[in-house]
Design a protein around this ligand. Structure first.
Ligand SMILES: C[S@@+](CC[C@H](N)C(=O)[O-])C[C@H]1O[C@@H](n2cnc3c(N)ncnc32)[C@H](O)[C@@H]1O
Length: 205
């Protein structure tokens, strides 16, 4: 059955035509904050939907055992160039995050704009993948994209990407007791598109 939402071809076209307004051109300030505070320490970590790979490069530079995953050929080419330019050599896997499995359980996943790039019809499958990838006690370092659109609310449409990651829906997607949430308020991180992300490290039970 074909699932609704963006395809690999959609993302390939976005990269080839330079329509990558989500791309900061540098690592996310929230990733740097988590790293600099010592909250996120070197470990086995995956970056799903890594795009141009700024966060993969930063994690590799800081000694993490990081793997970047993206199913779009143009993204994989970009991240490999970025890494080669910095003489970094973490694995980059061209795969669908709904299918990929790590060889061993991971300590952490850095989720930035992959969830909001996937149609909500596949969110439960993606959340189950994240839970499978992580070892018990591992952490999902999540940035939840906040993209309220009036027509989505008045007409009930799922509009995107990026799809709005409503925090009430996120509580249902990553529910207690499978996940432990930090106390709100969650830090708000400005996004290049003018939107913002809410940052929340979730512990997998
Ligand atoms: C909005 S971009 C974000 C890229 C990067 N995380 C960033 O913040 O710059 C979404 C990325 O997720 C990738 N992606 C979307 N759905 C995917 C899937 N099912 N499997 C693997 N990658 C996927 C796209 O190819 C694209 O590179």
């Amino acid at each position: 059955m074909t699932m609704p939402g963006p395809t690999q071809a959609f993302w390939q076209e976005r990269f080839l035509s330079g329509q990558t307004a989500w791309d900061r051109g540098e690592p996310s300030p929230q990733l740097l904050a988590w790293l600099d505070s010592g909250a996120l320490k070197p470990c086995r970590i995956a970056v799903p939907g890594c795009g141009s790979g700024w966060e993969v490069a930063e994690l590799a530079r800081r000694g993490f055992e990081v793997v970047g995953i993206d199913y779009t050929a143009a993204a994989v080419t970009r991240v490999r160039h970025l890494l080669a330019a910095q003489n970094l050599h973490p694995p980059i896997v061209q795969a669908d995050v709904l299918q990929w499995q790590p060889d061993q359980p991971l300590d952490a996943v850095y989720e930035q704009t992959c969830l909001c790039a996937i149609h909500p019809a596949s969110w439960v499958a993606y959340a189950q993948q994240l839970q499978r990838w992580l070892r018990p006690g591992g952490t999902l370092w999540a940035l939840f994209m906040q993209v309220r659109r009036p027509e989505a609310e008045t007409e009930g449409r799922a509009l995107g990407p990026p799809y709005h990651c409503d925090m009430t829906a996120m509580q249902a997607l990553f529910p207690t007791p499978h996940w432990r949430w930090p106390e709100p308020p969650h830090p708000a991180v400005p996004h290049p598109n003018g939107w913002r992300e809410l940052a929340a490290p979730l512990t997998r039970f």
